[in-house]
Design a protein around this ligand. Structure first.
Ligand code: IVH
Length: 713
């Protein structure tokens, strides 16, 4: 945070005198404007969302105490920053995925066990590549006939930005390939070396330009320049480690493919090694970690990938990550600082989350001023099962605390130094009323979290629900992010108080005297862009709608499961309206979906029973054109749309692989047999399910029959 050394920044709002408040409002206006530019225009955020929110909240608190001091250019009145002109969008032929993360050795042993289990390999060892995880940004390079035709950033994995002109300025990216396939998309990481980063910052500083916080930000900021000539002056490098669409296989193994990428003309990482089994993987991890400090560029872990590409294909993908790879991140970085205050944030599902406000401290190159404190037990020195943590030491305001960061996650507090505890420090009393709406906040049995019972009458829950609604995996409306939603929520002329309001915004604006385009921070073009971006999302796939509702326990993959099971909004809505927790056929159908447990099911069903929530959902749906869930897999698959149950022992593949394969072919996989089951695949030892299938007259085949049916025999 750019707090500088302004002393006002340290004073609680309630203690500021008028002069201090005026100075503080000026400082906050500058800091927020700077953050807006960095975020929206330069694409290089300098502070976290939480820090930004804290600046805005402090600004608003001071304005409400000293309304007459509110500035002409008050950040409270500005909606978003200038939107960067931006790059053209590119849809990736093959999605650019991310990796699951692991933070300790045991998780790597588990990963290997899961791979072998999925493939049904028993004790047979699997070979993996282990390679450094480069801390840069990924890029996909498309070569046709051996010539570079397009370079695209990852974006959301499906759609990235066209940065071809910029990529052509990077020395490590060949314009033409030696002996190339007709088509190949080469993927890898753009990064900046430590020495180039230091030089660049020195040059920038001398020229009075912007300096970068770390090499990754510098690489991202340099690649995403609208003027490719600026990129040319930035010393970017590229390691190739993966590929997307291709006209012919690059090799039969991961190692072979990397070798092929090298002969095509790319830099590949020299620390890439083959390892058989977890022990060898962990040895290579240790070797890479040892060299980390002297590599001359940032790495943040080691990536393991199953070497045999045929096995990679069988393992396939979860929703956003491959089953055949994992990133083993280096341990968290640590630092000590003072805990200045504990604030309570109220989340979308009403959870009261304690946040530590810290004297800003650098942890692994990033300035940290907030950390999560999880819940009241964590503060008190207990874990979720009541066992003591930190030797039972509680956390108090004024304490000297140890902060750590692991990966991109929110910083956490690991320890407290009791020898530095001030005499005045008192036990923290966790609130039992919601600090936002005053409703009672209760802890249900077995829940570590205290929740506000205000539901959608609680403004904090309503705003957080809206933020979730517009998030990337939900409605993802261009120009309507968390910040804009927050501002519209508090706008009396043109409010957005619930999701349905987004879709009536343009109409209400048209009938309004104070039009959006005339407001500060907005113009004719940005207002029109917003309305058309909203219009674009009126037609939307079912799974996104379900996810966007923000129902507790219903994440992206559960939403996809529900959407593909029910197929259409009408069917889903009808079933949820009729369902009762724990009883009846609708409940049975819901909980019979493989991957839907009782807790998730109860959460959906009760949401549909809550009148206010339900009415809000209905108002939203009335605004939308919800697309039926696409039946996954080939239309001509003989099992597409069928409900299949696997039972007994499968001999040629694991249950997980059979399920993944069936789903890829468009089938629904259920956990138990019912009248809705189309097909039962029964291996040896299939007891009650096979019996039930017999009673119900459901078609039953064995594993070989299944493989023949799907053409895998
Ligand atoms: S493989 C399907 N290998 O890490 C898997 N990724 O956290 C594709 N990364 O988005 C990625 N070094 O930007 C792979 N040696 C490496 C990598 C690597 C860095 C980045 C990449 C990816 C992210 C996932």
């Amino acid at each position: 945070m750019q707090d500088g050394d302004a002393t006002e920044a340290d004073i609680e709002v309630g203690d500021l005198n008028e002069d201090q408040a005026r100075a503080e409002l000026a400082r906050l206006a500058a800091a927020i404007a700077r953050a807006d530019t960095a975020y929206h225009t330069e694409d290089a955020p300098e502070i976290s969302d939480a820090q930004y929110d804290a600046l805005k909240a402090r600004n608003a608190a001071i304005e409400s105490r000293f309304p007459h001091l509110k500035r002409e250019d008050s950040p409270s009145d500005v909606v978003g920053g200038a939107v960067a002109e931006g790059f053209a969008k590119v849809r990736h032929d093959m999605r650019m995925l991310s990796l699951a993360n692991a933070f300790d050795d045991d998780s790597i042993v588990d990963f290997d066990a899961q791979v072998r289990k999925f493939l049904g390999l028993g004790d047979t060892a699997v070979r993996y590549t282990a390679e450094p995880k480069i801390d840069g940004l990924s890029l996909s390079l498309r070569y046709e006939g051996g010539s570079l035709v397009q370079a695209a950033t990852r974006g959301d994995g499906s759609v990235g930005e066209n940065v071809t002109a910029n990529a052509r300025t990077i020395d490590d990216i060949p314009e033409t390939l030696r002996a190339a396939p007709d088509l190949v998309e080469v993927r890898g990481e753009v990064y900046m070396s430590h020495s180039d980063f230091t030089d660049l910052n020195a040059r920038q500083e001398e020229a009075g330009g912007k300096t970068f916080a770390n090499p990754r930000n510098a690489a991202a900021g340099s690649l995403r320049q609208l003027d490719a000539e600026i990129t040319r002056t930035r010393p970017l490098r590229f390691f190739a480690y993966a590929w997307g669409a291709h006209s012919e296989p690059l090799a039969e193994t991961q190692m072979g493919a990397i070798e092929r990428l090298r002969t095509l003309g790319f830099q590949t990482n020299p620390l890439t090694a083959l390892c058989t089994g977890p022990e060898a993987m962990l040895e290579q991890y240790a070797r890479i970690e040892e060299q980390r400090a002297t590599l001359g560029y940032d790495i943040d872990g080691v990536v393991y990938k199953v070497d045999d590409l045929a096995l990679q294909r069988r393992l396939g993908f979860r929703s956003t990550t491959p089953r055949w790879a994992i990133a083993h991140k280096f341990p968290a970085e640590l630092a000590w600082t003072r805990l200045e205050a504990i604030d309570i944030q109220v989340g979308r599902t009403g959870a009261l989350s304690p946040v530590a406000r810290l004297t800003p401290v650098t942890v692994g190159g990033v300035l940290v001023s907030n950390a999560t404190l999880h819940n009241e037990d964590y503060i008190a020195g207990r874990d979720s099962r009541g066992q003591t943590i930190r030797d039972g030491k509680d956390i108090r305001v004024g304490d000297w605390v140890q902060v750590y960061r692991a990966g991109d996650v929110i910083p956490k507090i690991a320890d407290v130094d009791l020898s530095k505890r001030p005499d005045t420090a008192r036990h923290y009393a966790f609130p039992t009323l919601c600090p936002e709406c005053g409703s009672e906040a209760v802890r249900e049995d077995g829940d570590a979290v205290r929740r506000c019972t205000g539901g959608i009458i609680c403004p904090a829950q309503a705003v957080e629900k809206l933020k979730h609604f517009v998030s990337r995996s939900a409605f993802d409306i261009d120009g309507l992010g968390a910040r804009q939603v927050e501002m519209f929520y508090h706008d009396d002329q043109l409010p957005i108080r619930e999701p349905a309001d987004i879709f009536t915004l343009a109409e209400r604006d048209a009938g309004n005297v104070s039009k959006l385009k005339n407001r500060e921070g907005w113009g004719q073009k940005s207002a029109a862009n917003l309305f058309s971006a909203i219009e674009e999302r009126r037609t939307i796939p079912l799974n996104r709608v379900i996810f966007a509702l923000g129902i507790r326990h219903v994440g992206e993959s559960a939403s996809a499961l529900l959407a593909s099971h029910y197929g259409s909004w009408d069917a889903f809505e009808k079933a949820m309206t009729a369902a009762r927790v724990g009883e009846g056929p609708e409940w049975a159908e819901l909980t019979n979906i493989d991957g839907v447990g009782d807790v998730l099911a109860a959460s959906v069903v009760t949401t549909f029973q809550q009148q206010a929530e339900r009415a809000s959902i209905d108002r939203l749906v009335a605004q939308l054109d919800i697309q039926d869930a696409a039946r996954r897999g080939a239309v001509d698959s003989p099992v597409a749309g069928k409900t299949v149950v696997f039972t007994g022992t499968l001999e040629k593949m694991s249950r997980a692989e059979a399920k993944a394969r069936a789903e890829a072919l468009g089938a629904k996989v259920a956990g138990s047999v019912s009248a809705k089951t189309d097909l039962v695949v029964a291996g040896p030892g299939s007891g009650s399910k096979a019996k039930k299938a017999g009673e119900l007259g459901v078609e039953m085949i064995d594993e070989d029959g299944w493989l023949t049916l799907i053409g895998d025999a």
